[in-house]
Design a protein around this ligand. Structure first.
Ligand code: ADP
Ligand code: ZN
Ligand code: ZN
Length: 708
């Protein structure tokens, strides 16, 4: 019977693939294809891996090579394109292939048991007949997707899948953008640069519709991938997509899904059944055999960067993927990342512009600064801001107050002896959470009861210093006892579904004043909201992080963009944005007042060019952590001397700004180079040497780091 040697990628930190022998179990069993999942013995356990190659001879000795245990023949192999994508990510981010491939697959598909996989395949109608009928009757007990599919199948005259719901007529700029996207027949990176409320969503939807229709007419399959920063915050988009394409299979892919649903949705994409996949960054690694368009909404959002394990940028992988497939990729934003803006300036990305708001009568809001030196705040709120909120209340409109700090107060202190609520495990304060009566460390999650008295001197009069969203909520409720105040932040939305229901109640007009962190600033189309107040943005002006200005500017433009989206106020005015600051003349705020992204981005880019920062420089960051700082620093010092290369700058190792987290001391070493390929070649060689270094420090390398 047939026998082969397979190369298999496994989820291990070892930078290699593994050889296994495969022998047909039955006459005619097919040789596992490249891209097929197999079960193999690995050490003392069994593991699921991906076949990535066939070889005629193994470098292993005859007796050493082990046998493949099982082949997942029921799962069609992953495509060459998907394998190439993982190969690129592994190579670029300097990770083992298996550590890219396997964690990218839903748990249920890479489980040793096939029960969940078979169940998911059954639900999608993809298993052989006898098994299928059994599982189908079982599936009926689960309402969910199967129910919908079965009713559709039972329908005698199925609706034309390309029958889409009525769409609003696009304005000229939107039409031009949608046409440009749909007309791209090869790789086309497109920056959809549209002010907040300019109707970017409508452009995505109509371009997608055109591409799907065209494919259907020529009998081709087509899939569209839409990425959003955080899916639970944008149920509106999912609703819009489902409503617009009522007969298409639309699936979501994000980490909030239950495992069963995630496996089904992933398979629907892999099998080509899902025409539209809406997902968060992890969806960029989905298998999409008929991918024809990728959309990245709010492309500037930091959530597109994975911050642990494989630290990839979903946006960058999307551009690579589109390039590989020869398809358009749309990066949408009112405040593009400087990387993307620079590509557009240099002509590598084509810029499509929407300069005006789309809804009838809607214009960009008026932005003003409130000088905190003149208008002294009480409980964090100035008289000017309070008066503005009152006016909106009287007009029956909504206000949004933005404060990017959750909790009640960032620190608890004792006036008598100077004690402050330091976290015992981190270089950070424990934050006061009043409703929960807890002190919480936001870095290591340590929780304590709020002490009744000072742990050092016994003073019972402990003071919360500064303010977070909980404290502002309390203050607002006292000033406006009759108003309906709602706080939305990571604390108020811990329970599954609670974020969505909170946003729903804002949309239904059941909230007068919304107070929240950056969670409320992203993408929402609140139609009754006409006032935005920003409470305390100044700290970011003086951050050591060179990206802080870019982030603050984007955040302010985004949150400002929530005001006045649906048209004019009752009194005929446009939306209003009030920023409380001690630095009213700061160029950053002045640029927000002018809605001047172009000008501000131009200045930032010039600064970056002169300072040799990204996007004019490529970076990698080696991080090390250990119980003692010395261990981490010693490792980095060794690392810095392992390999020299002329074009590479190896900086001094330094402790991280937040040095100790959860009793672990952390340090970092920054590598810089003006050429990406030169840096890549260096990293490859350097890592091979690093892996030989004996150390007790845990270390990891990040390519294109964002927090340094
Ligand atoms: P963006 O994502 O660019 O901030 P949205 O896509 O949320 O903006 O659109 C803002 C508002 O404008 C939405 O309420 C949307 O329904 C409306 N809108 C979009 N396009 C049009 C159009 N062509 N005519 C009328 N209203 C539109
Ligand atoms: Zn004290
Ligand atoms: Zn801590």
């Amino acid at each position: 019977m047939e026998q082969r040697i397979l190369q298999v990628a496994l989820d291990t930190p070892l930078h290699t693939v593994f050889d296994y022998a495969w022998q047909a179990q039955a006459e005619g069993e097919l040789v596992p294809a490249i891209g097929q999942l197999v079960v193999v013995p690995f050490g003392r356990r069994e593991a699921v891996g991906v076949v990535v190659g066939h070889v005629s001879q193994s470098a292993l000795e005859q007796g050493k090579i082990k046998q493949v245990i099982a082949v997942r023949h029921q799962l069609p192999p992953l495509s060459a394109h998907w394998l190439a994508l993982c190969g690129f990510a592994a190579d670029y981010y300097q990770r083992p292939l298996g550590e890219v491939m396997l964690p990218g697959l839903p748990k249920n598909l890479r489980a040793l048991s096939t029960v969940a996989l078979d169940k998911a395949l059954n639900a999608l109608g993809r298993l052989s007949a006898p098994k299928k009928s059994k599982a189908r009757s079982k599936a009926r007990a689960h309402p969910e997707d199967e129910a919908r599919q079965e009713t559709a199948a039972a329908d005698a005259t199925p609706a034309d899948p390309m029958q889409f719901a009525q769409a609003p007529a696009l304005n000229a700029a939107q039409q031009e953008a949608a046409d440009a996207i749909a007309a791209a027949h090869a790789f086309a990176p497109l920056l959809l640069y549209g002010v907040t409320g300019s109707g970017k969503t409508e452009v995505y939807l109509q371009a997608a519709a055109a591409i799907l229709r065209r494919a259907a007419e020529s009998g081709e399959r087509a899939q569209i991938l839409v990425l959003v920063p955080e899916i639970n915050l944008t149920p509106q988009l999912e609703g819009n997509i489902r409503a617009r394409f009522p007969h298409l299979n639309v699936v979501a892919l994000h980490s909030g899904l239950a495992e069963g649903e995630r496996a089904r949705n992933w398979l629907a994409a892999h099998l080509g059944q899902a025409q539209i996949v809406l997902g968060t960054r992890l969806a960029i690694l989905a298998s999409l055999p008929a991918l024809k368009l990728i959309v990245i909404d709010e492309e500037h959002d930091p959530s597109y960067k994975q911050q642990e394990g494989l630290r990839y940028s979903a946006r960058d992988l999307a551009v690579w993927r589109a390039h590989q497939l020869g398809i358009p990729v749309v990066l949408g934003s009112a405040t593009p990342s400087l990387e993307t803006w620079q590509h557009a300036q240099a002509g590598r990305y084509r810029r499509l512009e929407l300069r005006q708001r789309a809804a009838r009568e809607a214009v960009l809001p008026t932005v003003k600064v409130i000088d905190l030196e003149r208008d002294k705040p009480v409980d964090g709120l100035t008289a000017t801001l309070i008066a503005a909120v009152r006016k909106r209340l009287e007009q029956g409109e909504q206000s949004l107050l933005f404060l990017n700090r959750r909790g009640y107060a960032p620190v608890l202190a004792c006036d008598a002896c100077g004690w402050i609520s330091n976290c015992m495990r981190c270089d950070a304060f424990m934050v006061v959470h009043r409703p929960e009566r807890r002190l919480r460390c936001h870095h290591c999650s340590l929780e304590l009861h709020i002490p009744r008295a000072c742990p050092t001197c016994g003073n019972v009069d402990l003071q919360p210093l500064g303010r977070g969203t909980q404290r502002v909520e309390e203050g607002l409720q006292a000033i406006f006892p009759e108003a309906r105040v709602l706080r939305i932040d990571a604390d108020s939305t811990r329970l599954k579904g609670s974020a969505q229901s909170a946003f729903d109640s804002v949309h239904r007009g059941e909230v007068d004043i919304l107070i929240g962190t950056q969670m409320v600033a992203k993408g929402h189309d609140f139609k009754k909201l006409t006032l935005v107040g920003v409470l305390n943005p100044d700290t970011a002006l003086f951050s050591h992080d060179y990206r802080a200005s870019e982030r603050l500017f984007a955040q302010l433009m985004q949150v400002a963009g929530r005001a006045g989206r649906a048209g004019l106020s009752a009194d005929g005015s446009s939306g209003e944005v009030l920023i409380q600051t001690r630095y009213p003349h700061h160029p950053l705020y002045q640029a927000v007042i002018r809605h001047d992204y172009d000008g501000f981005a131009g200045e930032l880019l010039e600064e970056r060019r002169q300072a040799h920062f990204p996007p004019f420089m490529y970076q990698a960051l080696l991080r090390a952590e250990a119980r003692e700082l010395d261990t981490a620093m010693a490792f980095l010092k060794d690392a810095a001397t392992l390999l020299e290369a002329p074009a590479i700058t190896i900086n001094e190792p330094i402790p991280m700004t937040l040095m100790r987290v959860a009793n672990v001391e952390r340090a970092q070493l920054l590598i810089e180079c003006a050429s990406r390929p030169v840096l890549q070649a260096f990293l490859k060689q350097w890592l091979a040497l690093l892996r030989q270094v004996k150390t007790r420090a845990r270390w990891s390398l990040e390519v294109d780091p964002v927090d340094i």
